[in-house]
Design a protein around this ligand. Structure first.
Ligand SMILES: [Zn+2]
Length: 114
C-alpha cells in the first residue's frame, strides 16, 4: 500500500507542477499582471484541488461502507444506498456521495438532506 501512496503522491506532485507552469504561462500572456492576480489564480487552483480531494475522499469512504446497516430511526437492517450529497465546504461546494440506510418509511433514500 505504501508504494501506491507514494505513486499517487508523485503523480499529484507532477500534476501540481504542470498546473503551476500553466499558471505561469497564463500570467505571462497578460500584460503586466498585478501580483494579486497571480495570487488570486493560485488560490483558486488551491480551492479547486481541495474540493477535488474532498470529493474523492468522501466518495471513497461512502463506497467503502458496509453493504447493510441499521436504519438510524427505527433500527431495521437495510441495504445501504449512496445518494448524491452536496456539502458547502470552506473551499466551496463539493458534490459527492453519502451512505444512507434509512428505510423508506423513515426517510426515502433519495432524500439528500442530513
Ligand atoms: Zn426506519
Amino acid at each position: 500500500m505504501d508504494g501506491r501512496v507514494e505513486e499517487l503522491q508523485e503523480k499529484l506532485r507532477s500534476h501540481l507542477n504542470e498546473a503551476a507552469e500553466n499558471q505561469k504561462l497564463e500570467g505571462l500572456k497578460a500584460e503586466g499582471p498585478h501580483y494579486s492576480q497571480i495570487e488570486d489564480s493560485a488560490h483558486a487552483t488551491e480551492k479547486e484541488l481541495s474540493r477535488m480531494i474532498q470529493q474523492s475522499g468522501a466518495r471513497e469512504v461512502a463506497l467503502d461502507s458496509a453493504p447493510q446497516a441499521g436504519c438510524p430511526t427505527c433500527g431495521d437492517v437495510r441495504e445501504v444506498c449512496h445518494p448524491r450529497w452536496s456539502i458547502n465546504s470552506i473551499d466551496g461546494p463539493v458534490e459527492t456521495l453519502k451512505p444512507k440506510a434509512h428505510c423508506p418509511c423513515c426517510r426515502p433514500c433519495s432524500t439528500t438532506a442530513g
